[in-house]
Write a protein that binds this ligand. Structure first.
Ligand code: MLT
Length: 238
């Protein structure tokens, strides 16, 4: 296996897609997507653009849709849900399609949507992602961190490193090697690391203390968010 980590959607190549591409947005989009699918959501459909989200969701039966949008860490007015994983309870999401847009995470998913296999990874579903990769052995894997508006983020790199640490690979780019080192240095203090991170600090100011603790917990759920059509993720077979 050849493993490439990219720190932001902007740094991710636009051509030559790998066999499998994995988006990571620990705080909080891929954590929330994993939570929603584990809670029984039918699918999560991602958008970078809110107008496009509104148009597409309007075509879906009202009783079976929820619209979710976050910008800068807070819920966008007029949407059913924000991006806290705690909002995505079975009572709220079971059987529903979630039309979601977030500041960075949904952009990361959109930038890899042409890859033949697209997954979303978080700390809370780490073993599910690793089990899929170990079983299927895609020859070339990209891990695309969401970062924050074009810049590096510690928490996404730590998750990329956790994936790198759980796989056997014969080649990793420099980012994959350094992500693995970051994870190995902090693996028993992930929550502390996330609290130091820029977006962790932002979420703390917005009252996201419990969200950070949850996003740092490993294997809370057994679910594999896997793309079933462009931009649409559903629970895949692990
Ligand atoms: C993002 O896409 O940047 C986020 O997931 C931000 C957040 O809701 O914390």
């Amino acid at each position: 296996m050849k493993l490439f980590v990219y720190h932001t959607p902007e740094l991710t190549p636009k051509v030559g897609f790998p066999d499998c591409a994995i988006a990571v947005d620990i705080l909080r989009a891929t954590t929330t997507i994993s939570t929603a699918l584990a809670a029984g959501a039918e699918a999560v459909q991602v958008f970078s653009d809110l107008d496009q989200l509104a148009k597409t969701s309007a075509l879906h039966p009202e009783a079976l849709r929820l619209k979710s949008a976050e910008r800068g860490g807070t819920t966008v007015d007029g949407f059913d849900l924000g991006n806290s994983p705690f909002e995505y309870t079975p009572e709220m999401v079971k059987g529903k399609r979630i039309f979601m847009s977030t500041t960075n995470g949904t952009r990361a998913l959109q930038c890899i949507q042409s890859a033949p296999i697209v997954l979303a990874a978080a700390m809370i579903n780490l073993s599910s992602v690793l089990a899929y990769l170990q079983k299927n052995q895609p020859p070339v894997v990209w891990i695309v961190a969401s970062g924050w508006q074009g810049s590096y983020s510690l928490e996404d790199t730590a998750c990329a490193g956790a994936i790198a640490a759980g796989l056997d690979w014969e080649f990793g780019n420099d980012e994959a090697i350094s992500a693995k080192c970051l994870y190995q240095q902090w693996s028993d203090r992930l929550e502390d690391l996330f609290r130091h991170a820029t977006h962790g600090q932002r979420l703390l100011k917005l009252g996201g203390d419990l969200d950070i603790a949850y996003c740092a917990s490993i294997d809370k759920v057994k679910v594999l968010p896997k793309q079933i059509s462009a931009g649409v993720l559903a629970a895949g077979i692990i």
